[in-house]
Design a protein around this ligand. Structure first.
Ligand code: C2E
Ligand code: MG
Ligand code: MG
Ligand code: MG
Length: 283
């Protein structure tokens, strides 16, 4: 009896695994045509200057509109990374984000920065750097307004390759941010070894309650160290007033989080910031 139960279990798990695998293959296949079918879209999360609470920039965050559903990046980026699908998806994201920024610039709102997430697999895309260069030229965007976010794990995956590509991106004049800092093997040595302009403190470091004095110590330490290295610090996942106070106390200059705004679509941003500001000016 035990034996047959074991066998049943085995086939149950095997079936589950096969289902997951075929679901993955299906997503992989559907993703291949996502770009040409115009199914990708970008949301933009405002980045706020802590001192005056002004919006100083946006982070572009991709979504996939598939069969009337909005698929979040956590559900397809890692799959796209397992094939070269991420190359064309990544280039679409870069082009779209820079085009949107160029549009705002053309309207006279030329002070925003645009942060674009890069996957480590994109470092192997032979057209990555030329794509960035073409986009900043085409949409007439000063390179310093564009920042590329790279995670630490991406750096580790291939130190030589990432150093080479990051170097080329910086040569164009774009900025580099280290994303999700404080997760994984956050190593201080990365801050030294790579030419980084910004460190983004991961949302998991925002304390859950306010007796988390150790969390506070860690954040304050990170900020102090980054500043000494000439690196700017952005905090993400700022959800509460307590988080905001902590950021202020630690000397963090820019923040992102639900306290101010979720990621928004371009039309909403145009209404909230761009056209609202314009109609105020002409009033
Ligand atoms: P990330 O780059 O660290 O982006 C921050 C994530 O935190 C976003 O999730 C954002 O919506 C979310 N977030 C913002 N404020 C808050 C907050 O106050 N509280 C909480 N709990 N979450 C907040 P999203 O858009 O689902 O993206 C998840 C991850 O997917 C990103 O993490 C990034 O690693 C990846 N991703 C998103 N867009 C792209 C892209 O265009 N290219 C690549 N390669 N990866 C992307
Ligand atoms: Mg990011
Ligand atoms: Mg992050
Ligand atoms: Mg993240």
């Amino acid at each position: 009896q035990a034996k047959s139960l074991g066998r049943n279990r085995y086939s149950f798990f095997q079936k589950r695994m096969e289902e997951q695998l075929s679901r993955r293959h299906q997503i992989e296949k559907d993703l291949e045509t996502a770009v040409e079918n115009n199914e990708l879209l970008l949301y933009f999360q405002p980045v706020i200057n802590v001192e005056n609470e002004n919006v100083v920039g946006f982070e572009a965050l991709v979504r996939w509109k598939f069969k009337e559903k909005i698929v979040p990046p956590d559900e397809f980026i890692s799959i796209a990374e397992q094939s070269e699908a991420i190359w064309s998806i990544g280039r679409w994201i870069i082009r779209e984000a820079i085009a949107v920024l160029g549009g705002w610039n053309a309207l006279g709102y030329a002070d925003y920065s645009m942060s674009i997430n890069l996957s480590s697999v994109q470092f192997k895309d032979p057209e990555l750097v030329s794509c960035i260069e073409t986009c900043i030229e085409t949409f007439n965007v000063p390179a310093f307004q564009v920042e590329f976010e790279i995670t630490e794990t991406a750096l580790w995956r291939d130190l030589k390759e990432s150093r080479r590509v990051i170097g080329k991106i910086r040569e164009l004049g774009c900025r580099i941010a280290l994303d999700d800092f404080g997760t994984g093997f956050s190593s201080i040595s990365h801050l030294q070894k790579f030419p980084i302009d910004t460190v983004k403190i991961d949302k998991s470091l925002m304390p859950g309650s306010f007796d988390g004095s150790k969390d506070i110590a860690i954040i304050m330490g990170l900020v102090a160290m980054s500043k000494m290295l000439g690196i700017d610090v952005v905090a993400e996942g700022v959800e509460t007033d307590a988080h905001l106070s902590l950021c202020k106390a630690a000397g963090i200059t820019r923040i992102q989080g639900y306290l101010y705004s979720k990621p928004l679509c371009k039309d909403t941003i145009d209404e909230l910031y761009i056209f609202a500001a314009r109609s105020q000016e002409t009033r």
